[in-house]
Structures are given as C-alpha cells and as structure tokens.
Design a protein around this ligand. Structure first.
Ligand SMILES: Cc1ncc(COP(=O)(O)O)c(C=O)c1O
Length: 394
C-alpha cells in the first residue's frame, strides 16, 4: 500500500537515520545499565549518558546539571506542577492558560483536587496570552506560571520572554512546555529567565518515550520527585536510564538546532505559500491561530459548511489531523479551537496541516488540489451551503 502524504509533524516525526545509527549500538554492543558502576558495560553506558547530557546542554546553552531525563514532555510537565505542589505544606496558586496540552491542564486539575488554587487564563482570538492578564492574576501565594511556548494545534507562539521576565521580577517560578518550539524557532535560553522547560525527542526526529526537563540549577530542590526509587537524576527521576533513547535525543537535538535557521526559512516560505493559496482560492476558508506569530511548520484551517471529520474521510491519501493527536483520540471537538472562538463552524471544521523536514513543495501542491476538491464536493452535498447560496441563511 502506498502511504499517504504525511502532514502531521506536530503529532510526531520519523527518526532521523543519523539518530537511529547513533542509538543502535546502545541496544546491543553497549547495552549496559548506566548505574552499574562495577564493570565496563556500565561505564560505557554512563559515558554515553554523560556525553548526551553535555551535548544537550551545549545546544541549549545551559548547564549540564540542569538536564533531567524523563520519558517525555507529559512526565516533565507533571513533574513541575505536581512536584511543586507535593513539596509544600502551603496552598499554592498556579497560573496557566486554556490552550495548554492536556498533560498540563490535567496536572493542574489534580493539584486543585489536593486543595491548591489554579487560574486558567483565556487567550485571544489568535490564541495569544496577554502578559498583563498574567500580572493581574498574581496573588500572594502564586508560585508557578506555566505557559506553553508554542501551541501544538494552532501554532501560536507566546511572548515567552516577556512572561518569563515578568515572573522573574515577581519571584514566581516560570515553566514552559517547549515541545513544539524546540528545533523550530530560536530559543535563546541564556537570555530568558526560565525555571523549568519541557520537551520530547519524538517531535524533533528522535525516538518516542524520552524527553527532558530543564531545571534552573539554582532551584533544583524546589520539586518533590514523583517516583520513589534508586535516586537517579540527582534524586529527581528514579528509574533505569533509557540509554539508547537519551543518545538519540541528544543527536536529534544537535541536528535540529544545527538545521533550525535554514529549516525555519524553508518551512515558513512553504507554509505561507500554501496559506495564501488556500485563503485566496477556497472561498470561506479561515486560518486558525496567529497570522504570523506562529510556528513555521504549522497551519490550521476551517472551511465553512465543512466538518473536519467528513473532510479527512474524503482525503485518504493525506495524513492530517483534526486537532492534536490526543484530542483526536477522544473524538471531542478541539478545546483549543473552543478557547479562541465560539463559532461552531470554525471549531468543528478545523484541520491541522503540520509540515516537516521531509516536506516538499510538490507534496503541498498535491495536498492543495485534493483539499480544494474535497471541500467543493462536501459543500455541493451540503443542504446548508445550498441554502446559503440561495440567500436563505446569512
Ligand atoms: C505541546 C505538547 N506538550 C506535551 C506533549 C506530550 O508529549 P509526550 O507525548 O512526548 O509526552 C505534546 C505531544 O503531543 C505536545 O504537543
């Protein structure tokens, strides 16, 4: 079977061949446990982890002590929110936004049930958060602000530097879920006062099931670990280290950071060409998310009188998503779209087009033609569209 054109790079990415070959020896020849300190198998594994940690810290321009390996961003995000709440006798206040990934929102729900306070701030019609609104929400017991760097569904990039500086000035911890930003846009961590940052290898052409929590080394003791065990990762994340995964993550990050400037340029140009073509050619189409303050590899459209489920069913040769991978599983309309609009047409008709390193212009040309044809066919069969054309509905 010929595979559909893959345009779901915000869900996951294929492992880069260079990443795979870096990982392979650590499944077989160098299979040791990085905690086995009495023989060469363990030493080799530990050395690989050490090198990976150094490489990651160099690429992110942070200290090697700030890198904690986890199973992915879901775990990293949970570690921050629950770890802070578990480490205090006080009732703390946490501020987040409505368009966060479910792992942040549900971790916040969890600590709320423990008796802590959570404020979930709304975003504007482009999915942007206003730093002034964050400031207005500060309370005496506000300990953490958690705001994603870029949104996985609509691609909106938040003013992270301004938010981080605001939190720093008020001595409030700042966490960002940077899963979608790493490798796509410049991060400049040296110049932004971030306390915690999460990301996953599988969004940057690395393996699934491995990620990082960056912790500002000055505040390491502020989190209680979620797992009890052998005290790995300076006591913050017990469990035998995933050595092949960690080696793969480091290689994937190295490649992503190296390619970031040229890929940002290339993908922005492909993205904008596709966006302009859709908006100027397919009537009543709408871009969701910010018009330009958005990820270079993300587009999200709604088409009036077209439901996203019907649209994807008409496009079997394209691998697209109606929302985030997680939201699609529940079959519920996207809560992210629900946070930027009340218009049911816009919410129910949203599809995400995620571009990636392998994406070529020709694939997007095919995608555009198929999309246009599918929208036309669905509208031709739509009684509402018929009524609209006759002027019976506005
Ligand atoms: C913004 C964002 N945060 C967190 C996650 C969770 O990452 P993982 O599944 O690697 O734990 C994802 C994955 O879809 C994401 O897009």
């Amino acid at each position: 079977m010929k595979h559909p054109i893959y345009l779901d790079y915000q869900a996951t990415t294929p492992v880069d061949p260079e990443v795979l070959s870096a990982m392979l020896p650590y499944f077989s020849d160098h299979f040791g446990n990085a905690s086995s300190s009495s023989h060469v198998y363990g030493w080799e594994a530990l050395e690989a982890v050490k090198q990976a940690r150094n490489s990651i810290s160099k690429n992110l321009e942070v200290s090697p002590h700030s890198i904690i390996f986890t199973s992915g961003a879901t775990e990293s995000n949970n570690m921050v929110i629950k770890g802070l709440a578990f480490n205090t006798q006080e009732k703390i206040h946490v501020i987040t936004q409505a368009t966060e990934h479910k792992c942040v929102l549900n971790a916040c729900e969890f600590i709320k049930k423990m008796g802590h306070e959570v404020t979930v701030l709304p975003v504007n019609e482009f999915g942007l958060i206003d730093p002034n609104q964050i400031k207005k929400s500060f309370k005496k017991n506000t300990r953490l602000v958690s705001m994603m760097w870029a949104n996985n569904e609509i691609g909106t990039i938040q003013p992270i530097s301004a938010i981080a500086s605001l939190c720093f000035a008020h001595k409030i911890f700042f966490h960002t879920d940077a899963v979608q930003a790493v490798g796509q846009i410049p991060l400049n961590l040296q110049n932004i006062p971030i306390d915690f940052l999460s990301f996953s290898a599988h969004k940057i052409y690395g393996p699934k099931g491995v990620g990082v929590l960056y912790i500002n080394p000055k505040i390491e003791k502020t989190l209680a670990p979620l797992l009890d065990g052998g005290g790995h990762e300076r006591g913050l994340r017990s469990g035998t280290l995933n050595v092949p995964g960690i080696v793969g993550l480091a290689k994937a990050l190295e490649i992503s950071i190296r390619k970031q400037p040229e890929e940002e340029k290339r993908l922005t140009s492909l993205r904008d060409e596709f966006k302009n073509r859709v908006l100027s050619t397919i009537e009543m189409s709408q871009l969701n998310g910010h018009p330009f303050q958005r990820l270079p590899n993300n587009l999200n459209f709604s088409f009036r009188f077209v439901k996203s489920g019907e649209l994807l069913a008409k496009l079997p040769t394209l691998a697209l998503a109606t929302g985030s991978a997680c939201a699609s599983e529940s079959g519920e309309p996207s809560y992210v779209l629900g946070a930027i609009t009340q218009n049911p047409d816009q919410i129910e008709g949203a599809i995400r087009i995620g571009l990636g390193r392998p994406t070529q212009k020709e694939e997007l040309e095919i995608t555009f033609e198929l999309l246009k044809e599918a929208v036309t066919q669905i509208r031709q069969a739509s009684p509402h569209y018929e009524m609209f054309k006759k002027g019976l509905i506005p």
